[in-house]
Design a protein around this ligand. Structure first.
Ligand code: NAD
Ligand code: UD1
Length: 341
């Protein structure tokens, strides 16, 4: 270990082997932090950490364990000089959360409470939490700002909003505690090296992973969920953000918390929306193949349009997304190709 890494502030990254977590490890190392990963590998593999090691020249320490395991957390805080926690660990499938709500409340809500209890006992007072644009109420005005009405419509979204509330209450009771509640829009893309990316298990629920599987021949055709929305071409519009922009947003959030206490909410999006068909065309351009699709029914619970107001993040985090759609699709495709190689 070099002297620099020894002195670097240690950040515990729960869920650090996952899609967003693993990319954030790269940004943390680049920014001079020493990430320490806790992951139960329920939706990831240790290989992701090794890939980060290849990219960064040093492999972050990774502990296999569960955020609901208090003794595991106490042990980590006792053994490592953790200064802050970035909390990605959680389950994220909307459909699954409708079928198995208790699993979601246990993992996402109870797990976060246990983490906060362990942080409090260890005197660690800085937390960055992965929330989601899904906490906003359907029908809010676009672009959606942080003070827009809230009202998630499925157990996954409820679990995110509940954790936000738990963190807000904890901050009120403990004035030295500080937290960033980061509401992500639609992360996509991969590390530009092609060495790190998203590896969804089973049939992808999200658009870009599904398109990628059509491009690689794993699936025959995309079903476009409705083409009768009030949008540019009738298909749903979302705010897709490059995962490396999102990763860098976490480093900015850590910096911003140095000079703040209390709970702060920030949207992490680009402020620009693209339709499903625009995404299909952009992916076709990146991969040089045609993406077959059929138009189906609207997906229950979907809204026509969702994109972020990015003003608060720009002025308070001094952060804004810089990578465009072409880069998101190109990096995603490079990752697909490198996996096949
Ligand atoms: P992911 O599934 O790739 O990563 C989550 C990681 O957490 C996985 O490595 C998983 O093994 C781990 N994990 C889950 N439960 C755990 C537990 N109890 N203890 C320890 N580890 C556990 O998901 P992601 O896309 O990287 O998302 C990260 C976070 O961001 C999640 O909380 C998710 O809800 C949130 N989020 C994701 C999106 C998105 O579109 N990907 C959008 C908004 C918010
Ligand atoms: C979904 C989740 C949301 C989560 C977000 C980011 C639901 C209802 N919502 O939202 O909680 O925060 O992902 O992870 O699942 N589409 C198709 N065909 C497909 C897949 C998607 O046409 O096979 C369309 C959708 O209708 C939507 C767009 O593509 O218009 C994006 O879908 P998706 O990637 O699932 O993201 P969200 O709908 O934003």
């Amino acid at each position: 270990m070099t002297e620099q890494t020894h002195q670097a502030p240690c950040v515990l990254v729960t869920g650090g082997a996952g899609y967003i977590g693993s990319h954030t490890l790269v940004s943390l190392v680049e920014a001079g932090y020493r990430p320490l990963v806790l992951d139960n590998f329920s939706n990831s593999a240790r290989q992701a950490i090794e890939r980060v090691g290849v990219l960064c020249g040093e492999t972050p320490e990774c502990i296999e364990g569960d955020i609901r395991d208090r003794s595991c957390l106490d042990d980590i805080f006792q053994r490592h000089p953790v200064t802050a926690v970035i909390h990605f660990a959680g389950l994220k499938s909307v459909g699954e959360s409708v079928r198995e709500p208790l699993r979601y409340y246990d993992n996402n809500v109870a797990g976060s409470v246990t983490l906060l209890q362990a942080m409090q006992a260890a005197g660690v007072d800085t937390l960055v939490f992965s929330s989601s644009a899904t906490v906003y109420a359907p029908g809010v005005t676009m672009p959606v700002a942080e003070d827009a009405p809230l009202g998630p419509i499925n157990p996954y979204g409820q679990s995110k909003l509940m954790v936000e509330q738990v963190i807000r209450d904890h901050c009120l009771a403990h004035p030295t505690f500080r937290a960033a509640l980061l509401r992500y829009f639609n992360p996509t893309g991969a590390h530009p090296s092609g060495k790190l990316g998203e590896s969804p298990r089973g049939t992808p629920e999200n658009l870009v992973p599904y398109i990628a599987q059509v491009a690689t021949g794993v699936r025959d055709a995309l079903t476009v969920f409705g083409n009768d929305y009030d949008t540019v071409d009738g298909t749903g519009v979302r705010d897709y953000i490059h995962v490396m922009d999102l990763a860098e947003g976490h480093v900015h959030a850590l910096d911003a918390l140095r000079e703040r206490t209390g709970a702060h909410t920030w949207n992490l999006g680009t402020g620009t929306g693209y339709s499903v068909l625009e995404m299909v065309r952009a992916y076709e351009k990146a991969c040089g193949r045609e993406i077959a699709y059929t138009v189906g029914e609207r997906r229950p619970g979907d809204v026509g349009t969702c994109y972020a107001c990015t003003r608060k993040a720009a002025s308070e985090l001094h952060w804004q997304a810089s990578r465009d759609l072409e880069e998101m699709m190109r990096d995603n495709w490079r990752w697909q190709v490198s996996q096949d190689a």
